[in-house]
Design a protein around this ligand. Structure first.
Ligand SMILES: *Cc1c(COP(=O)(O)O)cnc(C)c1O
Length: 389
């Protein structure tokens, strides 16, 4: 172990413990490495955990979004409303279909997609809304679902940050038509790479399962096992989006500690809020009263009236003090592709533009110690006083 003074606190570390290693080792020794019984068990346990009727395991959340949009029948020329404050995946999944991603601003409290802006952005071509539960805080789903119902739109949730999150008591995973989760290395549970699509709709589930493995007939993965047969039929030109048993075995042990990892993050987040609220240099996250925040990210905003350095310099100052941070996200409308292809400009979305200039994500993960957390608070307190304006 290094000494405290020379140690760098990374922005994120996964919590991989002995049971995780053991589970993967067992699959390695089992003779069945790709999609098989562990994937089916992971799907069952995940569906049970979020309370969904169906869960389809796939290779990433991006794949889940792609399959979800295929399942609802998205077509070329359709429009899909997505927040500009999101990761590349939310937009690219729409573009795969030759459909148009229509970007939407956020509200200034939670920075989730603004339902009023959603309503204003609907056209006769709008087919779906993809709300992103930013940082792990559920969107205003009652409003969004009502807007969707009133306008005949589907709701595909990007819940890459939102395991486990609740909205008015219900777990995220059963609210919209299809909910897409991520098990990427930095997410709240991980399989290295992986994702899940949860739905109440059996037809959607069957279509997504089929399309996730070459569009070939049911239980194609069994064809090399005793129960299977060599015979299969291609029903549609599908994709190679299946999760492996190696990944699913890790998913199962990670899912088993999803609640305890959440409790630890929530505790760390509360401590951040308690300590940082007294510094006027930084604004802490606001949480709506009727949600359980998954606390995937803890995002603070620099207050330029109380701090004479910019966010970028705050990141540098933290790095010099041995603390890793990140920025979520560079808004889609400011990227070259979105500017060139879809004619967006910096300044088009005032709330998110202002947010992006000031935001900063702090380390928040169960593998962090209380001392790690205190070192972040100490560094921010020091920066706030050193650079007071
Ligand atoms: C991580 C992330 C994704 C993509 O997840 P993958 O599993 O890496 O495909 C999608 N949307 C958001 C908001 C994300 O943060």
């Amino acid at each position: 172990m290094g000494t405290v003074a020379t140690r760098f606190l990374p922005f994120h570390l996964p919590l991989i413990e002995e049971e995780d290693v053991q589970a993967v080792r067992e699959v390695l020794r089992s003779g069945w490495l790709t999609t098989g019984p562990k994937v089916r068990q992971f799907e069952r346990e995940f569906a049970g955990y979020v309370g969904a009727s169906h869960a389809v395991a796939v290779s990433s959340c991006t794949a889940a979004l792609h399959l979800a949009l295929d399942a609802i029948g998205l077509e070329k020329g359709d429009e899909v409303l997505i927040p500009t404050l999101t990761f590349a995946a939310t937009g690219e999944a729409v573009i795969y279909f030759g459909a148009k991603p229509v970007l939407v601003d956020s509200t200034p409290d939670t920075f989730n997609m603004d339902p009023d802006e959603v309503e204003r952005s609907i056209t006769p071509r709008t087919k779906a809304i993809i709300p992103v539960h930013f940082a792990g805080q559920p969107c205003e789903m009652v409003r969004l679902l009502q807007i969707a119902r009133d306008n005949g739109l589907k709701v595909i949730e990007d819940a890459a940050h939102a395991l486990p999150a609740r909205y008015r008591g219900r777990k995220v995973g059963t609210l919209g038509d299809i909910t897409c989760f991520s098990f990427y290395a930095t997410k709240t549970i991980t399989t290295g790479e992986g994702g899940m699509a949860a739905t109440e709709n059996e037809e959607y589930a069957n279509r997504m399962r089929m399309m996730s493995l070459h569009g070939i007939s049911k239980d194609a993965w069994k064809r090399y096992s005793a129960e299977g047969s060599w015979r299969y039929e291609i029903l549609a030109p599908g994709y190679k989006y299946n999760l492996t048993d190696l990944q699913a075995s890790l998913g199962l042990t990670q899912l088993a500690k999803c609640d305890s990892m959440w409790a630890r993050r929530a505790m760390l987040a509360d401590r951040y809020t308690e300590a940082l609220s007294s510094l006027d240099a930084f604004q802490v996250p606001q949480v709506a009263p009727d949600v359980q925040h998954a606390w995937h990210l803890y995002v603070i905003l620099v207050n330029p009236r109380a701090l004479r350095i910019h966010r970028d310099q705050v990141i540098e100052e933290l790095k010099q003090r041995g603390i890793g941070t990140s920025v979520h996200f560079i808004p889609l409308h400011t990227h070259p592709y979105y500017r060139k292809r879809w004619r967006y400009h910096k300044g088009d979305f005032p709330v998110v533009d202002n947010y992006f200039d000031r935001c900063l994500s702090l380390p928040l993960y169960p593998a962090m110690s209380n001392e790690d957390l205190e070192s972040v608070i100490e560094a921010l307190t020091d920066i706030a006083s050193k650079f007071r304006s």
